[in-house]
Design a protein around this ligand. Structure first.
Ligand SMILES: [Zn+2]
Ligand SMILES: [Zn+2]
Length: 245
């Protein structure tokens, strides 16, 4: 997402003076959280639950007569990853936290939110069989500019929870791609094409890939394609939030 005027002013609204990132209500305990109590309490109710597309995790409309198992996108093009799951929808309070933590010095708040979800027992067990946890990498230039990779912070939380090794060097971003936010679905696929490369020996057979946001799945899919070319046979994807359209 481009750090444009809208985001900059949104962040100012969040921090000076502190307001809830989701509903803009003033926050009494400045600096320790981004959500008011009410929005925080709404998190549980906004979780993404079944029925979900078996592959990409997109919520499906409940139809008792003919329950669909795949969304239209996955029926047209089968993704390279085996399964993707997210905890919350991007349009809810969790999405507001993700937007804020990505562009602030309070970047631990996204991982804190994930930690809370894990402690609440909301983390899906679909990645239990994976050998390693891997963040979607940032290009080294962008990581240097930003100072952190938000996917890596989330991946650390997941690896700790699952007791799995965190792998930060087997997948690298070799092209500093432009932001995906303003691009169409087709443009996103093109933008990340061949943007990643597998490095080094010892590629695990199964990987749980972590990112903050799943939008069209173009980035996750390109990572999965790269990992599978390097010998991985099963790539699962977990994101904190996903868009639901
Ligand atoms: Zn609020
Ligand atoms: Zn799908």
């Amino acid at each position: 997402m481009a750090a444009g005027r809208g985001i900059a002013s949104g962040l100012l609204d969040c921090f000076f003076p502190p307001h809830c990132c989701a509903c803009a209500l003033p926050l009494p305990d400045a600096g320790t959280r981004l959500l008011c109590q009410n929005c925080h309490d709404r998190l549980a109710a906004t979780r993404l639950n079944a029925p979900l597309c078996m592959l990409c995790g997109r919520p499906l409309s409940a139809d008792a007569d003919s329950p669909a198992v795949l969304c239209l996108n996955c029926r047209i093009t089968v993704p390279h990853f085996s399964m993707a799951r997210a905890l919350f929808p991007y349009h809810g309070p969790a999405g507001a936290v993700v937007k804020a933590f990505k562009y602030s010095d309070q970047y631990h708040l996204g991982a804190d939110l994930l930690g809370e979800g894990i402690r609440s027992g909301w983390f899906p067990d679909f990645g239990a069989g994976c050998e390693a946890v891997m963040p979607v990498p940032l290009h080294r230039r962008r990581k240097r500019r930003r100072g952190f990779n938000q996917a890596e912070l989330l991946a650390k939380e997941v690896a700790g929870h699952m007791g799995k090794p965190l792998s930060r060097s087997l997948l690298v971003r070799v092209r500093d791609t432009r932001s995906q936010t303003t691009l169409s679905a087709r443009g996103r696929v093109k933008n990340v094409k061949d943007a990643f490369a597998a490095r080094g020996a010892g590629m695990p057979e199964s990987v749980l890939l972590i990112d903050d946001v799943f939008t069209t799945g173009a980035t996750a899919n390109e990572c999965a394609k790269t990992l599978k070319r390097a010998g991985c046979t099963d790539v699962r994807v977990f994101t904190l939030v996903r868009t639901v359209e």
